[in-house]
Structure formats: C-alpha cells, structure tokens
Design a binder for this molecule. Structure first.
Ligand SMILES: [Zn+2]
Length: 239
C-alpha cells in the first residue's frame, strides 16, 4: 500500500487532473464556429442568387411602372383625338402616329414583362430556399451559443469547486513532497502523478516500471517514472 502521505498526494492529483480537464474543456468549448462558417457560406451564395432574384423583381417593377405610363399617355391622346377639339387633319395624323409609336413601345414592354414572369418565380424560389437555410443556421447558432453558455457556467462552477477543495486536500502533505510534486506538475502540463497499472506500467506514458522501482514502491518510497518523471502511485494491484 502507498503511504498515507502519498494517498493524500494522489487525492490532490485527482483534483489537479480535474482542473486540467476543466481548462481543456473550456478552451475547446464549441461556441458554434462551424455553424457560423456554414452560415457565412450560405450568405455568400445569397448575395449571388438572392441578388439575382432582387434584380429581376426590380426590373419587373420598373417595367410595370413604364407600362402604366404608356397606357396613360395613350388614354390622354385618345381623349384629345375624340374630344372634338382637334380638327386639323395634320394634327390628327401626328397624334395617330404618336399612338402607334406608344403601342409599339407597349408591346415591347409587355414582351419583356412576360419574359420576367417566366424567370422570376424560379429565381425567387431559389432565393427563398437559401433564406430558409440561413434562418435555420441562425437558429442553430443561437441554440449552440446558448448551450455553450450553460456549459461554460458549469465548467466555471466545477473550476471554483476544485480550487476551493485544493487547500483542504493539500493538508497533511509534507513540504518536501509537495515541492517535488509542484515542480513536476509545472513541467508536465498540470499533472504531476501517474498510477502504476496491474501490468507494472506507468499510466501516464506507458513505460514499464523497473522491478527495483516496484520494490521501492512497496517500501513506501517516493518513486518517479523514468520516462515522464511523474510521481508514481502504487496500490499493489488493488486498483
Ligand atoms: Zn511515465
């Protein structure tokens, strides 16, 4: 069996391993970067596809306004012609010519409008599909951010709990062993201890522990792994 001091140190190590895990989880917290990137890609597509639909719609509106303007002009000239005020044949002829020109203009506008009626619905549908996809991504992103906030709060609570626990666990560990442990911990990314497995390997790095080291461990001596230099914790195969 490990000495009482080493057992305390092992407990401290478990607290420190917990702190390392919490830090790692906090650093790797998924705040929706992937979803945001996918949304940015969709928005880029929308600039093109949605932009095309918006342009076609604007063209159609322009043509419809133009069509209305032409109709009004024709109506106005018709009124003049049949109002009985114009009697000069030359003037009548001119107005009739003007009406004929306006009607040609109207036919051309009608043809363009018909063309737009064909291409606008599919363009609008494609843009609408993209808009729906973007809205869905936005929803996903908001949900992920909300979940990340909950996860972060939980991690912060766990971090505070472990930090509060630490001074309690440190009690009963001599300064010599404590200094050694802290030195290793600092060099080894926050973890200063490793368990010896049943097959007498270091759980930290997998190195086989020499028989003489195992012997020392059974004598309650402080032994470090030859390879990763962590303090070994040995429970004679109990664990
Ligand atoms: Zn090791």
């Amino acid at each position: 069996m490990a000495s009482a001091e080493l057992m305390r140190l092992w407990k401290l190590n478990q607290v420190d391993v917990g702190l390392v895990e919490v830090r790692l989880k906090a650093a790797n917290l998924d705040v929706g970067k992937k979803i945001a990137a996918e949304m940015a890609e969709l928005k880029k597509q929308d600039d093109e596809i949605g932009g095309k639909a918006r342009k076609l719609q604007a063209d159609l509106t322009d043509l419809e306004i133009m069509q209305k303007g032409i109709d009004e002009k024709i109506k106005r000239i018709d009124k003049q012609l049949f109002g009985g005020t114009i009697v000069n044949p030359r003037e009548v002829e001119n107005l009739e010519k003007e009406i004929a020109a306006l009607k040609r203009q109207r036919d051309a506008t009608d043809a363009k409008i018909l063309q737009l009626w064909e291409v606008l619905p599919p363009a609008k549908e494609a843009a609408g599909k993209l808009d729906a996809q973007i809205a869905e991504k936005q929803k996903q992103l908001a949900e992920r951010k909300k979940a990340a906030l909950v996860e972060r709060t939980a991690l912060e609570a766990e971090f505070a709990r472990l930090n509060k626990l630490r001074p309690e666990v440190v009690k009963g560990i001599g300064p010599g062993l404590m200094n050694k442990y802290e030195g290793i911990r600092q060099r080894m990314g926050g973890v200063g201890m490793a368990e010896v497995t049943r097959r007498h390997t270091c759980s930290g790095c997998g190195t086989i522990i020499a028989a003489r080291s195992v012997q020392s461990l059974t004598e309650d001596k402080v032994v470090t792994c030859e390879s990763c230099h962590k303090i070994l914790y040995y429970t004679e195969g109990v664990v």
